[in-house]
Design a protein around this ligand. Sequence first.
Ligand code: RUQ
Ligand code: CUA
Length: 651
Amino acid sequence: MRIALASSMLACGIAAQVAAQSMNDVQSVAKERGLTTADLLAAAKTYVPSGQKDEYIIFSSGGHSGQVFVIGVPSMRLLRSIAVFTPEPWQGWGYGVGNEILAEGNVNGKANLWGDTHHPAISETKGDYDGEFLFVNDKINARVAVIDLRDFETKQIVKNPLTVSDHGGAFVTPNTEYVIEGGQYATPFGADYAPISEYREKFRGSVTMWKFDRIKGRIDKSQSFAMELPPYWQDLSDAGKLVSDGYMFLNSLNSEMATGGIENKQPPFEAGVSRNATDYLHIINWKKAEAVFKAGKVDKIKGFPVIRMQTAIDEGLIYLTPEPRSPHGVDVAPKGDFMVVSGKLDPHVTVYSFDKIKKAIANRTYSGSDEYGLPILDFDAVVEAQVEVGLGPLHTQFGPDGYAYTSLFLDSAVARWTLGGEYGKGTPEPDWTLVHKTPVHYNIGHLGAAEGDTVSPDGKYLVAFNKWSVDRFFPPGPLLPQNFQLLDISHQGADMPVIYDMPIGVGEPHYAQMIKADKLHPWTVYPEIGWDPATQTLDPMAPKPKMERVERTGDGVNVYSTLVRSHFTPEHVTVKQGDHVTWRLTNIERAVDATHGFAVPQYNINLSLEPGETATIEFVADVPGTFPFYCSEFCSALHLEMMGYLMVEPK
Ligand code: RUQ
Ligand code: CUA
């Protein structure tokens, strides 16, 4: 292993050569390249030899690339980008396949072909990642996508009918009963017009409970509902688990209900929104809310069932409690007993006790109510501890041993601190104390520890998702990549070094979840020849060998094609100008990685057909001419020969 480490620091292809050499060579390479012992150790911890696989996988949001990235840990190798809200030609997403799913994300009938993905959420069983599905939100247009982790492809996009933007989501309840989407910027429901002077009366926040049907692998809109909330800009959120199962927790950041207007000498949002010393943590009993929804105590707004605020108050569904300055993350500890809130402008994390919350609710220990009548639980009655961690705390994740990890945006650091209660037994340090801060580069947003937001965190690795990279890499022009930095958190105390820097030069990822790789069971080829990934079933119309044909119908032409190394059948497809063409294609390969493309010039078509996959495209052959189509994946030595002619006869 120590010999192998040297090859990570050299160009590839010389591993074998190095293997025959000795530690002296390692030392001379290190000397030549100016590497310290710590560098060599970091390389040894992260290098994954060719052919070996990573122990963990992270699913990272792609920020405004609108996609999701799949990355191996500890090697930090990018394995795949998954097309979600944005057309992506390699996967044919929006260029022949996925068009209907992208269209599900239309906003008031208008295509919005980019997304701002923030928070991926792996499906859970009993509060643990089960590796079956992945959900991700789109902040700009309040949409949620469902990705099936059998083939890592997007299967559904739902557009929220009430809220315009979302941020507190996607997050799932412990058995993925619901995928939850909290709103962000308050507007009148459905983006209706209202003057900003009517903010308090007409603008609203919300949280939406999307019912997930695991058998169908889809969100079931007919069983979904929302709750009306004050226009406080609900922010990051988390579901309760174990002792707090049935509850959810949402931060908010504009309890001031500031409306901006710098151009009219009003305080700008950045000042108005941070005026108060506290905002409100929203504590919501979603199991009770579900019963209220099922009992029909809802109003239909924009065709969607909504539990009104007054109903929520009357039924005891929601409580607020103060949380310090400009809260950002709220993260539920592994046993579900503590909720950790970070106030961006407060150097502490504030830890709430679920036990105390329950008692305060039962005893009506209120410090008042807000202007909408929502009861406010007394802060001192529900807080367990405050731990000073540093400047700009944002998000918290957990280890297996009683440590919590909080990202510090202003300090550019990861803080390790100890939880108390039951957790205190796992750490050598006293309860509720800051143990160590590791500097990261720079401006960390989220962090993601191995299964660090589940009921059983793994520890070992933590990734700092840094917003800026500044001087870390070669500057490819003024737009710099983000920097994912891997930390080794496998040792206790002050030992948690950065061991790898990974530039991300596609969008600005926000959050990622890290799952043990052996919990994922993706297909390497589709189960049968003629498989339609859009339905995850065999397509009875899928072309099969010997059934390839071009067939004229009343209003157009149907083409049935098969693909196998290294030819299409048929190779000549002649249609008439103006024909409506329905072209079905099946990749009849069974070999792993034998993917074929199908690229048609002029018509903006490119498909990726993985082994067994079938796809159907439709277009009007409105431009006459001679169009060589070809396979866009370099699939064999005779890949260039894998082509054919689409001939469109002029009228
Ligand atoms: S946020 S950097 Cu969009 Cu998740 Cu906290
Ligand atoms: Cu098939 Cu190239």
